[in-house]
Design a protein around this ligand. Structure first.
Ligand code: PA5
Length: 434
């Protein structure tokens, strides 16, 4: 059992792969030699082997304390300081995690804030956490990002009013740079328990650092198995021979399709619990490749839900897109369809089949339809969604993104474009110096 790649329906010929092979090889050389653009941000490449074991144990200890003394964990962060944890928690937890009874869930409810600037969202969250014991994990590498900084200001005050300053300190966990930024300064001044985001790992590549691991561990997810999966990916996807490396093949396929005018990639899944994995993937690929007037637009769709909204456009609209489907081979749970005596819905032909059996036929039927509609299809088969394969899939996407970005000729580790809206916003808000 392993993650595998199927590109039989991608409309890509062998000679196209042969042609791009040397470019992929150059990209691998750039990344592994540490001489490529953005070379100061490649700490994630060896992270599954070289991660700080002391910090890792400290994360486990903090997670246990939060599980013991809290009904709720509030996670404050945005972008790379938020999406990875949420993607992993949603993929590996109960679909209705927060509203499940505490007896069944056994771990704290988890809410995310500081990933938007909506006053209604914040006030509604206050209603939900009323009367509950709270811990708070504020995550910001720069320590100066507006959305989480505003949320932290509000929730810090809430915690101090609720618990008093001393106890609030015991319930606030800060994940930030080791020495720079306003959050680090505040952390030192207040004496919060803190975790360090390594200098050489950018936000969107930070899921397997304390950024993702603390909230993930609080949700009761086994972070040892997660890292083991990533480590397996690290070894397998370092094979320089593209023919034996599905990660490099994915990077190659994307570039070939982009060069043929396919500038939208839709990441498809048939499992709603993978919704936030797609959100994480969108940031990873969008921020890494969308620059210098280039880049594939990373879109996402959840089937079969979106077949009833986007299906028409994918089947029959402008042919500028391709699909990459994450196919989960073994569902986490399954359910049999029973016979109904009256059979008024005419569904007795499905008697004895399972819901996942139907889901898989929906996938195959969609694949045939979209292929017929000239939509290139790439399939990433994942044996099952557990900690191990989630960690491996994360590494697969990270490495493929770096190789794909280098092959596209961009620096996959910077994000100069995200500053533009901030400058305008600060000027409009009257921030000194803008
Ligand atoms: O990938 C990135 O660098 C960004 O998306 C950041 O993660 C995001 O802006 C949050 O930044 P910070 O962690 O500094 O608050």
């Amino acid at each position: 059992m392993n993650i595998s790649l199927d590109y039989t329906n991608s409309f890509i010929e062998k000679h196209e792969l042969d042609h791009i092979k040397s470019f992929i090889c150059d990209s691998q050389e750039l990344l592994h030699s540490g001489r490529g653009p953005g070379k100061d941000f490649i700490g994630w490449v060896d992270l599954p082997k070289d991660y700080d074991k002391e910090e890792f144990n400290k994360i486990k200890e903090a997670a246990n304390k939060i599980k013991d003394d809290s009904d709720v964990l509030i996670v404050i962060g945005i972008g790379g300081s938020y999406l990875g944890a949420r993607a992993c928690i949603e993929a590996l937890s109960h679909s209705f995690y927060n509203i499940l009874s505490k007896e069944k869930r056994k771990t704290p409810e988890i809410y995310y804030v500081g990933n938007n600037i909506s006053s209604s969202y914040i006030l509604d969250l206050f209603d939900v956490i009323e009367g509950k014991n709270i811990s708070l994990n504020v995550i910001s590498k720069s320590g100066t990002t507006t959305e989480p900084a505003i949320a932290f200001r509000i929730f810090k005050e809430y915690m101090e009013n609720k618990y008093g300053r001393e106890e609030a300190k015991n319930r606030i966990y800060a994940t930030t740079d080791k020495s720079k930024g306003a959050l680090r300064e505040l952390t030192e001044k207040e004496g919060y328990t803190s975790f360090v985001i390594p200098d050489n790992i950018g936000g969107r590549y930070s899921i397997l650092t304390s950024v993702g691991l603390l909230p993930i561990a609080v949700a009761g997810i086994d972070i040892d198995n997660l890292m083991e999966g990533a480590y397996s990916g690290m070894k397998e996807y370092s094979n320089p021979d593209m023919e034996d490396n599905i990660c490099y093949q994915y990077a190659a396929l994307r570039n070939i399709l982009y060069n043929k005018g396919k500038d939208i990639e839709i990441l498809v899944s048939y499992e709603p619990y993978l919704y936030y994995l797609s959100e994480w993937w969108k940031q990873l690929y969008g921020e890494s490749e969308g620059k210098d007037g280039k880049g594939i637009y990373p879109a996402a769709a959840n089937f079969t839900t979106d077949l009833h909204s986007l299906g028409q456009l994918i089947q029959d609209g402008k042919r500028n897109l391709f699909e990459t489907t994450i196919n989960v081979e073994k569902p986490k749970k399954d359910l049999e369809i029973k016979e109904d005596k009256l059979n008024l819905d005419g569904l007795n032909f499905l008697k004895g089949k399972t819901i996942d059996f139907v889901n898989k036929r929906a996938f195959e039927g969609t694949l045939m339809a979209h292929t017929k509609g000239n939509v290139p299809n790439i399939i990433i088969n994942v044996p099952e969604v557990n900690e191990y394969y989630f960690g491996k899939l994360v590494y697969f996407f990270e490495k493929a993104c770096a190789i794909s970005g280098y092959t596209l000729g961009v620096n996959p580790f910077d994000q100069p474009g995200v500053e533009e809206y901030k400058k305008n916003m600060f000027r409009l808000l009257g921030k000194p110096g803008y």
